[in-house]
Design a protein around this ligand. Sequence first.
Ligand SMILES: [Zn+2]
Length: 75
Amino acid sequence: MEKKVYEVYCNSCGKKIETTDSTKREDYISIKKEWGYFSNKDGQIHIFHICESCYDTWTGQFRIPVKVEEQTELL
Ligand SMILES: [Zn+2]
């Protein structure tokens, strides 16, 4: 079984992303890509995490902006 508490580092800037302290907890994106046959990475699984500030920098470089929708169901 996977441990629930683990350390997450931003792959872009290398900073530790706080996931356990509820008072300063940070959100981040987690990408897991299983490359398939039509790539040059067939059979590889790439996993990385990006903190919110690097996410903003990263997506700010996109030619087509990220699609933003409001969450209709707040849990
Ligand atoms: Zn970062």
